[in-house]
Ligand binder design. Structure first.
Ligand SMILES: Cc1cc2nc3c(=O)[nH]c(=O)nc-3n(C[C@H](O)[C@H](O)[C@H](O)COP(=O)(O)O)c2cc1C
Length: 360
């Protein structure tokens, strides 16, 4: 295992405001916006805004920089280490199959986020190289993070001519899109990735199935230098989700039974174009149940569209609307501010580590 202090030091040189252990807000399209990302960074984590196209992306980055400027003017102590070298202390996440590289370059050049997070290329490593080079040319100090769900892809990236600064390793427990057919759990994937990437010196961030301090300590002991959470932040007060969706995240338990990977809801919503090696993890509800019972797709679609008109009532056990979430959803019990989530997960991880160090 690479020494945790060495890899954390590497990260804290690039992101001087971060506290150990590093908690990252994963970019979640349509959900992780500037208010949540800024709150996470202000709490000593690293918040990623999910890019949603050129116009809204530019608007989100402008909002993030205004929020950070405002906090600075009020002499907010939590920002004392922030805005290093002219970089914004938030990241920006792209879905490569859906986003346009020239839009990405324009946004990164204008706002200089401290990091970009790349995921789901259609064209494999070649496309990742193009994006990495494009981003680095536009903003040389912006670090490139890439999320992978298999060892082969991660080692190909580490050995490429433009290796990433950080690799995110995503286990199949993860909410949202991940490997459709060849995913494995974080506890198995992560140590093998750590072994495979050791000689590269690239820090690893663990994603998938981590929602509290216990998960953080486990991930660090398996070779990660920090963790990224998505599902836990669905229950952040600043998340851009409707109340019905958020209530469902807090209510649902037993993720092995209550969630599944399926493209059904993408089809019902009209989300098309994902490369076929990816599918999303979702909370099951009536759309899923009816599809398993053989109800034809056209009828499911009609009922889905009807449910969409009922607002928050469209989610829940009797609801039909898409509820993207990870298998760890059963560990998410209440809606809290992003800062509270980051600080409490970090503190829990620290006290577990202390307790462990006196038990052996
Ligand atoms: C609702 C939702 C939306 C997501 N959207 C994105 C996205 O737009 N881009 C991305 O790289 N990952 C996305 N992810 C996956 C995260 O990057 C991350 O791998 C995952 O949330 C980690 O697992 P967890 O949900 O168990 O914390 C999404 C996850 C969720 C739950």
């Amino acid at each position: 295992m690479l020494s945790l202090s060495v890899t954390f030091n590497k990260l804290s040189q690039a992101y001087p405001w971060i506290a150990s252990p590093l908690i990252v807000l994963a970019p979640m399209r349509g959900i992780a916006g500037p208010t949540l990302a800024v709150a996470v960074s202000q709490a000593g984590g690293l918040g990623f805004i999910a890019f949603t196209g050129k116009n809204s992306g530019l608007e989100d980055l402008e909002t993030a920089s205004q929020l950070l400027r405002g906090a600075k003017e009020q002499d907010d102590n939590s920002l004392s280490g922030i805005s290093i070298g002219g970089l914004l202390p938030v990241g920006l996440g792209f879905l490569l199959w859906a986003d346009d590289l020239s839009d990405a370059v324009e946004t990164v050049e204008k706002y200089r986020p401290c990091a970009v997070w790349l995921f789901a290329p259609r064209g494999g490593q070649e496309e990742l190289d193009q994006w990495t080079l494009g981003i680095r040319a536009a903003s040389p100090k912006t670090q490139v993070w890439i999320q992978f769900g298999t060892i082969g892809e991660a080692t190909a990236a580490a050995g490429s001519t433009s290796p990433p600064d950080v690799v995110v390793i995503q286990g199949t427990e993860a909410g949202g899109h991940g490997r459709a057919h060849d995913g494995i759990g974080t506890i198995t994937l992560l140590p093998e990735a750590a072994d495979a990437l050791r000689s590269s010196g690239i820090p690893i961030i663990a994603a998938g199935g981590i929602a509290d301090g216990r998960g953080v300590v486990a991930a660090l002991s398996l070779g990660a230098s920090g963790v990224a959470m998505g599902t836990r932040f669905l229950a952040a007060s600043e998340a851009r989700v409707s109340k019905g969706y958020q209530r469902e995240i807090v209510r649902v338990a037993d993720g092995a039974k209550s969630t599944t990977r399926t493209t059904l809801y993408n089809r019902l919503r009209g989300t098309v174009g994902w490369p076929e090696e990816f599918s999303p993890r979702m909370v099951k509800n009536r759309s899923w149940g009816d599809s398993q019972a053989g109800v034809p797709f056209d009828e499911l679609k009609r009922l889905y569209d009807e449910a969409g008109k009922t607002g928050d009532a469209g989610w829940g056990p009797e609801g039909r609307l898409a509820t993207y979430a990870g298998a760890v959803v059963g560990l998410v019990h209440e809606v809290e501010d992003g800062k509270v989530i980051v600080k409490s997960v970090r503190e829990e991880a620290k006290s577990i580590t202390e307790a462990l160090s006196t038990s052996f």
